[in-house]
Design a binder for this molecule. Structure first.
Ligand code: GDG
Length: 736
């Protein structure tokens, strides 16, 4: 049976060395639960770092670890202390984490850390490759492993790879500051499916890919030379039932069954049951907005003194990454703030903040979720924030108010909570008051909808959706594969080329015989291309036709001295071997006078775009400009032009980053067909990359071999990946 290989930095199993033997305890985190069916049911393997350094392990212990982990369907990647420092504490947590959370000033760009990150990502990839069997699927998790998809794809292009990012993907303006931005994007693009928590992150990623690597996307598919990458959002859910059931059984507990934490909590309500507890839970991380939360709470007590002695903030901060200096500074700052605020407001039997700096057992987490009237979660940035979802799941009677930062992924799905900007203390103070005073019926109405949604889209559903989507991309890939001009199909094609008594070949130029260049003039033919075309053309059984949308002047300069047949401007002009250019169509250009000023106006307002004036058509190019502005201007231009061309027998043709206005009916299909008139060909071949070549594919006779360059939508019979493969094909023709 095919299996799924799951890869994350840490394994879902905690390892401890106890008196020279290994103890493995499964961890109960959200990810482990969500992946359970993918992991266990499919007989999968989970690959990750064990948490122990090579230096702590003897060969015997290592052996024990392997045996222990195998029992849990896990395998470890072994790392030395230096590797952990450079890869995990270094590049992952001092570069990617701050940058992706918009803390640009915290991001360090250390070459050595980057080298270690690459090396460790390779180690993870190698471990995966070692375990892959045919038909397996790979799912890579999170920001520590951004390069793994590419490293695996290079060695195993046949395997379906998914990648999920648990943290935000930042805007292009932030991401572009990274010195290794191309490498990270290429690393991620090794996957066939890339998942993010929200559409915002997905949008930022697509924008960076387009601006930095120049790959455009069709809806949410990124078109690479040889394959497509699907990008989608999958908001991660929680193990809803686990929290809801734990809360239910907690609420039944009486007297001695209660935990110490619960007894302490109950004492807060003893004096007045209208007292309120305000909860916050996070790892102690600068992204979580803990200092601003404290300051906002202080402001609340200043602004609304009636709540002093009554409302209390219960703040659980779980120690995290304490090796990284920013986290140590944060710890000091939080300690000081808590001390100062408690000092400022405390009364004999009331302190405003209960602060826990440790990790609590699950049971106590449930005590907090069930007992606190308000949850105040104020991250400055957070990929999702599962605490918000867990709080709602634990509210058995549906009371309780969630105040949630707009900067969390969760806020996109939890519109019924009270959303705040974590930097707006005024608003937070007012919202706290609103939350404390909110009538129970309103709380219940809000939470009813939230609970339904969270229960439906739980973590299992999340992982199932992701896997279904990954299988679907694998199916699409197979479909595309069917049309790929693989070796077997190419052999057949060459065979019928060889056996033909009279052939005609239509070759598009830009994007087919020559790759695109920033400046169109730079795409001139190479010496090798001339040589190959000459060889093909020298066979008297072959008619070779170069067919382009380019202007006749440029094409004549490049190919006029050659003995090929040329069609320029989509079929307006034709040049037979050794003859002068003639017009294939009766055309006029007296319409330029009212279309050209419109194009000029768009060019002036759109930096980077340019106009190409051909003899009988006008083209506006927008390849070398901001892609989003390009799309907007292109659609504005089309709607302006549509109004102008009415009654003028003109048409607008949209190509790849170009808009062309020309006389109706002139296209590559019509002109190619004219070349067949009165001739008997038993081998007809057409190849091109653009939408304008689709006219050729459509109008040439049915028996034509039609080939599309690149994996774009097409009616052609076959695909080739890019210009390199075209070159190879031409050389094969020339060799016959
Ligand atoms: C990253 C992203 C994204 C917390 N304290 C204790 C404890 N917890 C548990 C909570 C919750 C989890 O830890 C925290 O999850 P978050 O989602 O809030 O935050 P990150 O750890 O930063 O996670 C985040 C997440 O990945 C998933 O994609 O949502 O945006 O940053 O489940 O319950 N559990 C126990 N004791 C504690 O003291 N037992």
């Amino acid at each position: 049976m095919n299996k799924t290989i799951i890869i994350s930095n840490r394994l879902p199993v905690q390892l401890e060395i106890d008196k020279k033997s290994i103890i493995a305890t499964p961890s109960v985190g959200g990810l482990a639960t969500g992946m359970k069916s993918v992991h266990k049911d499919s007989n999968g393997i989970w690959i990750g770092w064990s948490g122990l350094n090579d230096e702590d392990l003897t060969p015997e212990l290592q052996n024990q670890i392997d045996v222990e982990l195998e029992k849990h369907q896990c395998a470890s990647v072994n790392l030395s202390k230096d590797e952990v420092d450079g890869f995990y504490f270094g590049f992952s947590n001092k570069t990617v984490w701050p940058l992706f959370h918009y803390f640009m000033e915290y991001a360090e760009f250390d070459e050595q850390d980057w080298e270690t990150y690459k090396l460790v990502n390779r180690k993870f990839a190698d471990k995966i490759i070692e375990n892959i069997e045919e038909g397996d699927t790979v799912w890579v998790h999170d920001y520590q492993l951004l390069l793994v998809p590419q490293y695996v794809k290079e060695k195993r292009p046949d395997v379906s790879i998914g990648f999920f990012l648990h943290i935000p993907f930042p805007s292009y303006e932030v991401f572009r500051t990274l010195p290794w931005r191309e490498e990270l994007l290429k690393g991620m693009l090794g996957a066939d499916l890339l998942g993010f928590h929200t559409y915002e992150y997905e949008r930022h990623f697509l924008s960076s890919v387009q601006r930095i690597l120049g790959h455009s996307s069709n809806f949410n598919n990124i078109i690479l030379e040889d394959r497509e990458v699907k990008v989608d959002s999958f908001p991660m859910g929680i193990d809803y039932d686990k929290f809801a059931l734990a809360a239910k059984s907690h609420n039944k507990k009486k007297g001695e069954e209660k935990s110490d934490v619960q007894v302490e909590i109950d004492s807060h309500f003893k004096n007045d049951e209208n007292n309120t507890l305000i909860l916050s839970i996070d790892r102690l991380d600068y992204t979580k907005g803990i200092p601003s939360r404290l300051l906002a709470f202080e402001y609340f007590l200043d602004k609304y003194p009636q709540y002093r002695g009554k409302s209390r903030l219960v703040m659980l901060a779980v120690p995290s990454r304490s090796n990284v200096p920013q986290y140590q500074l944060l710890k000091n700052e939080v300690d000081q703030l808590v001390g100062r605020i408690n000092g400022k407001f405390s009364e004999v039997n009331w302190t405003p903040i209960w602060y826990f700096y440790r990790s609590l057992p699950f049971e106590n987490l449930i005590d907090l979720y069930t007992s606190c009237d308000v949850a105040l979660l104020t991250p400055l940035r957070d990929g999702m924030n599962l605490v918000a979802k867990e709080y709602i799941a634990c509210r058995e009677d549906k009371t309780g108010v969630l105040i949630l930062s707009e900067m969390t992924g969760a806020s996109q799905e939890m519109g019924e909570s009270l959303l705040i900007n974590p930097n707006d203390y005024e608003k937070i103070a007012d919202t706290l008051k609103q939350a404390i005073e909110m009538p129970k019926e309103e709380q219940i109405t809000r939470n009813r909808s939230l609970q339904k949604r969270l229960q439906r889209y739980n973590v299992e559903r999340w992982s199932k959706d992701f896997m279904d989507s990954l299988y679907e991309t694998a199916e699409n890939k197979k479909e595309k594969q069917i049309k790929k001009l693989n070796e077997a199909r190419k052999k057949k094609l060459i065979e019928s080329y060889k056996n033909a008594s009279k052939r005609i070949l239509f070759f598009d130029y830009d994007g087919t015989l020559a790759p695109f260049k920033k400046i169109p003039e730079d795409a001139k033919p190479t010496k090798e291309l001339y040589e190959t075309l000459d060889k093909i053309n020298n066979d008297p059984k072959t008619d070779l036709i170069l067919i382009t949308g380019r202007d006749k002047y440029t094409f004549n300069k490049w190919f006029g001295h050659k003995d090929y047949k040329l069609i320029a401007e989509h079929g307006a002009w034709f040049k037979d071997q050794g003859k002068d250019w003639i017009m294939l169509e009766a055309l006029t250009n007296n319409w330029f006078e009212f279309i050209l000023p419109v194009l000029e106006n768009f060019m002036d307002r759109t930096p980077g775009s340019l106009i190409e004036e051909k003899a009988y058509s006008l083209t506006w190019h927008y390849r070398n400009m901001d892609p989003d502005l390009g799309k907007i201007r292109a659609s504005q231009l089309i709607s302006t032009l549509k109004g102008l061309i009415v009654n003028h027998n003109l048409e607008i043709m949209e190509g790849d980053k170009v808009i062309e206005v020309k006389v109706s009916g002139v296209n590559k299909g019509r002109s190619a067909n004219k070349m067949l008139l009165g001739k008997e060909y038993d081998f007809i071949f057409a190849i091109g990359d653009d939408v304008t070549d689709e006219y050729m594919f459509e109008e040439l006779p049915e028996q034509t071999y039609t080939v599309k360059v690149g994996l774009k939508k097409t009616i052609a019979n076959y695909y080739v990946d890019g210009t390199n493969q075209v070159k190879q094909l031409l050389e094969d023709f020339a060799g016959e």
